[in-house]
Design a binder for this molecule. Structure first.
Ligand SMILES: C=C(O[C@H]1C=CC=C(C(=O)O)[C@@H]1O)C(=O)O
Length: 412
């Protein structure tokens, strides 16, 4: 099949079944790129390398519509083999959108080669000539040193206290505040190694890599498979305990905490409000469950639904972002407060990250537990939902626990 990929002449796209490569992680070491595109969970997903097409999406309120149009042009001529109707079959684009619609840095990339493994099938898509590059060994980044990002820890605690006061004063109900840390490595950071460590330690999270943004997020913003959609809403967190008994007690306390339950309810309400108009049916649970990860425990709710029309996964992303799990309630006031208080550019952190295929199917997460990798430097991000009764020291401890994901990826 042939597809015009925003290039001068149509390039041939070829998708063929391949033997089971096993856990996709095993393939990372032999990739001809030290910064591949990736979306991996429990050993399945997509990994890509090379660039058949790439675009930097202009900032602004119309950015998702702009991206949709670009994708329509890119995928427009593709004749994906209809005999195989598996999400991710045929050409796919990986994407990362900045949290703030006014920030620069949102990108879409159609890799030149993609290896996919899903539901017992495996396949490979190539566009044009497969890139011939030398495979290099995974390299450890060596010693890592950390420095404050925009705010020191005490400054950030102060900002949290100010936000909590504004909530108590009635300006808003909830705001999610984050901070950044700057990590500097001895050697250039090999993204493949980070992905390998993240996916092994956090198998049930979505380990991702798109244009330098790397992480392992537990939060699925939206998965579209035909008309069916799914989302995993998280909000409300406690660090893991120091013993099994402590862990259980912390989990029980989280479940019983009025502050965390309300914080979670805000996140569910924002997802329900944005999905309901798009869906013919939508199910949200009455009560959250506990999601226990190696570093933290979360309140989690599985949401599922059926789309009423042919909205693509990116249309749904556009409607949902930012949810109250990363913005706040009400959204507009929360964004204003974030811009005012955080004092940093979130870049792709807390923005949508994922992939889309030519049928509009795909999976997008919220880019949490992540870092922006540039050579020997990494900017790491973590934050949490602030309510009127938030304790700044506890919020700082929660953010430190969330930073541990990327610190582990860097240090091993
Ligand atoms: C903002 C983050 O987490 C969000 C997602 C899950 C739980 C959260 C919380 O309990 O505060 C946050 O809303 C982050 O990981 O940086």
């Amino acid at each position: 099949m042939s597809v015009a990929l925003g290039t001068i002449r149509p390039l041939p796209v070829r998708t063929t079944p391949v033997g089971d490569p096993g856990n996709l992680l095993a393939s990372l070491a032999s990739l001809p790129s030290t910064a591949p595109y990736a979306w991996i969970r429990n050993g399945e997903g997509l990994i890509g390398w090379g660039q058949a097409a790439k675009v930097v999406v202009p900032p602004g309120p119309g950015r998702f519509a702009w991206a949709r149009q670009w994708l329509a042009g890119v995928f427009g001529d593709a004749h994906v083999d209809e005999a195989v109707r598996t999400p991710g079959w045929g050409p796919v684009a990986f994407g990362s959108f900045t949290f703030d619609e006014d920030a620069h840095g949102s990108v879409l990339v159609v890799p030149q080669a993609v290896l996919a493994r899903r539901d017992g099938r495996a396949w490979m898509t190539t566009i044009g000539e497969a890139p011939l590059q030398t495979v290099s060994h995974l390299r450890d980044p060596g010693r890592i040193s950390y420095g404050d990002g925009s705010l020191t820890a005490p400054e950030w605690e102060h900002v949290v206290a100010r936000a909590a006061r504004r909530i108590r004063d009635g300006e808003l109900e909830k705001v999610v505040l984050a901070r950044d840390l700057v990590a500097t490595a001895e050697h250039p950071i090999d993204v493949r190694l980070l992905l390998d460590r993240l996916a092994r330690r956090y198998p049930e999270c979505y380990t991702f890599s798109v244009a330098g943004l790397v992480g392992a997020t537990p939060e699925l913003l939206i998965r579209r498979t035909g008309q069916e959609i799914e989302s995993l809403v998280l909000a409300g967190t406690t660090p893991r305990g120091i013993s099994a008994a402590d862990d259980l007690a912390r989990g029980a306390a989280l479940f019983a905490s009025a502050k965390d339950r309300y914080e979670h309810e805000c996140a569910i309400a924002s997802v329900r409000e944005t999905l309901a108009p798009l869906c013919s049916s939508l199910t949200t649970p009455d009560e959250p469950e506990l999601l226990v990860l190696p570093n933290v425990q979360h309140l989690a709710s599985h949401v599922s639904g059926r789309l009423a029309d042919g909205a693509s996964v990116l249309d749904v992303v556009a409607a949902m972002h930012p949810t109250a799990a990363v913005g706040g309630t009400p959204t507009d006031t929360a964004i204003k407060v974030i811009r005012e208080l955080e004092g940093m550019d979130r870049a792709g952190y807390a923005g949508p990250v994922g992939w889309i295929d030519a049928h509009g199917d795909g999976e997008w997460g919220i880019a949490l537990r992540s870092g922006l990798i540039r050579g020997r430097r990494a900017r790491l991000f973590a934050g949490g939902g602030i309510m009127g009764d938030s304790d700044p020291a506890a919020e700082l401890a929660e953010a430190q626990a969330k930073f541990r994901v990327m610190q582990y990826a860097l240090e091993g």
